[in-house]
Structures are given as C-alpha cells and as structure tokens.
Design a protein around this ligand. Sequence first.
Ligand SMILES: Cc1ncc(COP(=O)(O)O)c(C=O)c1O
Length: 471
Amino acid sequence: MNDSKSQTINLRDRILGIEQKVPLLDGRLVSYVNLDNSASTPPLRDVMEALNRFLPYYSSVHRGTGFKSRLSTVAYDQAHEIIGRFVGADLDTNTVIFGKNTTEAINKLSYRMPLPDTSVILTTQLEHHSNDLPWRHRAKVVHIRATPEGRLDEDDFDRQLDKYAGRVALVAVTGASNVTGFLQPIHRLARKAHAAGAKILVDGAQLAPHRKIDMKPDDDPEHLDFVVLSAHKMYAPFGTGALIGPKEIFLQSGPEYSGGGVVDVVTLDEVYWAGMPDRDEAGSPNVVGAVAMAAAAKVLMQVGMDKIAAHEEELVVYSLERLKTVPGIKIYGESDPARASEKVGVIPFNLEGVSQFLVAAILGYEGGIGVRSGCFCAHPYVVHLLQLDDDETSTWREQMLSGDKSNMPGMVRMSFGCYNNTDDVDRLVETLERIVQGDYQGDYRLERRSGECIPANYQEPLADYFLLKGA
Ligand SMILES: Cc1ncc(COP(=O)(O)O)c(C=O)c1O
C-alpha cells in the first residue's frame, strides 16, 4: 500500500513537526518517524491554531466579569459539550469532568463511585496499571483472564460475573489494549454488566484516537456508564483528560479533592457543594488544555473516526506483512493481517537474541525512529504474553526490586497515529533488518538502573535543538 493508492486519508500536513529533522549517531539528519503514538501523539496544527486564536483572550473562568473572562468561560463550557459529543454522551444526565489525564480520571472515579463494602470490581488482565491499581484500594478486584494470544477470555468474564452475582459494582475495562491493540467487546460487556446490576467504565485512552466512541443512550442496555480519555493521546498534549459519567453518581457526595470552585456556599461549619462539573473540578482549571482537547476532538470528528480506523487498519495489515519478513521476529497478540480489524494500530514484537532495550535504542539513535520498549505499564499482561514461568518472573522481580532492570523482560512496541504511512513502516523494517544483521554502529551500554541502552562516547546535541537552560 502506498498513500496515493490508499482509499483513506492523509493527515500528515496537519501534524506539527511531521518533517522535523533529528540527528543520528553518525551526525546525519533525518526526518523523525514517530511510532510511539500510544504513549503520546504530536499536536495537530489545527489545535495550535485554535490555541493561537484563543490565548490572546485567555483569562480566568466562571467568576471573572471582564470580556476575556466571559469569552474564556464560554470556551471552557463549550469544551465540556464538545467532549461530551465526542463520546456520544447525553449531557442532560451525564457530566464531563476535566482533569489531568486518564490516570487521574480513574483515580477520581475510584474515590467518587459509591461502593458497598462487599463490592467486587471486575477488571481484566489486559489493563494498563491505571485501570487496575486505583481499584485495589476500594474493593475486591477480580482480573478476568486473557487467552494465550492476549484476547479477553469472555468465558472467564461470564464465569466471574456469575460467581460474584449481586456483588459486582463495576466492570472496568480498557477499550483497546496499549500493548497488543486488541479491541474489547465493550458494548457486549456493557449489556452483560447491566444485566448483572453493575456499571461499566471504559478506559478510552487508546480507543479515542483510533475508533469512534459511542456511550449510547442511558437506557440502552449497551450504554457505557463511564468513559475516560487523555488529550495527549488525541493530538492535544496540553495536560488535560476527561471523565464522563452520570451526574447523579457525583451528586451523591462531596468531591474527594476540595478547595476553590467546588461549592455554592461555605460557612465556618457547613459546605454546600456545587453542581456538576464544578463540584469535581477543584481549583483553577486547565482552560487551555480543555480548549485544546476540544479542538482536537472536533478535528477527529470532522475527519471521521471511521476513516481514521480504515487508514490505520491498512497500515496494520501492511506492517504485519512486512514485519513477518524480518528474520527472528516474534509478534505478540494478533499477527494475522486478515484479523487486523480486531485491533488498533499497536504492534508489539521482539527480535530473537537481541534485548528489547537494544532494539529500541538502535531504532532511536541510528534510525531516527521513536518506539517504546519494556512492559508498557501493563506488567501482568506482558508477563502473560511472554509466557514467562514463575521462576523466571520471580528472579526478574527480585532484580528489579534491588534496582537492576537489566534483565527486565519486555517487548518493543510500534504504535500508529492517524498520520503515519507506509514509508514509516518501511523505515522501521529496514532498520530492524540491519539490526538482525548486526549492522549498527553504536557501542551500546545497558544502564542497570534504568534499563536504557545508551551509546558510549556520544554527546547528544540536544542544546542545538531545544533546551530551557543555556539557551
Ligand atoms: C490503555 C491506557 N490506559 C491508561 C493510560 C494512562 O494514560 P495517562 O498516562 O494519560 O493517564 C494509558 C497510557 O498509556 C493507556 O494506554
């Protein structure tokens, strides 16, 4: 596939920094290839333009009386509405709460969700730690198993829902895995959760940039009760995330985090909490981040999530076909191009006999390609996919706890944004082929404490590009 033949989209011109040259170890300059979009996406130019237009008017929101405050307040309120629309929420009954990111949103919900003492939360082995750890302090957490190739074991889901009948308060699942990209059957799980009297939270951090999210009407059995998002994974890296869910849940109690802006009335003895979303947005909000997030959501809606999904699926098919030709490669999760539609554009792999740290380092220093290596904040899932036995796992854990990451297991992950193309995949595959042949220059040293591979005797010329100090 090349982009001219592709029936889908080309959004490269709308990405800031797309042609940015970066230095390689040998001093050459090449255009940067970002295949680390699951971690964070670059900003859309449309977002930057919206901010450039907005920032001259930026001012305090809600309580300011000047023109700029009134304008900023309207922009901030509209940002709530746009994000609600982005996920198909009914804003008569649901609220959009802005915060820092998905992690903060899930932590907030873990404090705000009414949970009787005997509550069980069903989550899965596929989760990012952000949709697992915050629940552990609130209730009994049961992890639904993954199948050997890393899909959700839905039979286990049914069994556990049955086993804990009457106690399951929440099903907390990721919409798409940040390790394998597997899409979860969120609406089918919602139907089952509701039938069992539970609510469902969808961690939309990886879903939002790749697929349309539709919470569906509140009375639809497949309705998603809560959705959480991170703007920095949606081409708007300005420190915002959102939690969308029923107002009535939050109105039942006071916020976990209080201060300015969350009240209607305060006396020395009493507090009357504000309505939603003010009650749950303590302190001065990140108005700029919210405007940026909404501007990005508007672009994604205008381009069309279906077109983005189709483009990325073509890239996954192309990548799986190309990667399979690399000698000694092991692809985790789904490697059959015919099943590319079951995942978003995330492909984890390893090269036989070369540590994931070294592969990622060579791609970065000698290929100008950004990927990620390690366990991607999903240790239980990665250990499962790597099929490590208990002995291997406990040795590695002990070493990690003593501050030595050099034997940490893991993978290399390439992950697409809506703007990547087949040239990006070709650059990666060509560099992997060089690595397999031992055709690289750096004398890489593994730093035990960080697990990073760093080329010896190389002074990275960061100051020539950007540094705050010394400029
Ligand atoms: C599936 C998933 N959930 C949650 C998170 C946490 O997102 P954030 O770091 O923006 O809070 C991530 C981040 O990679 C993720 O991929």
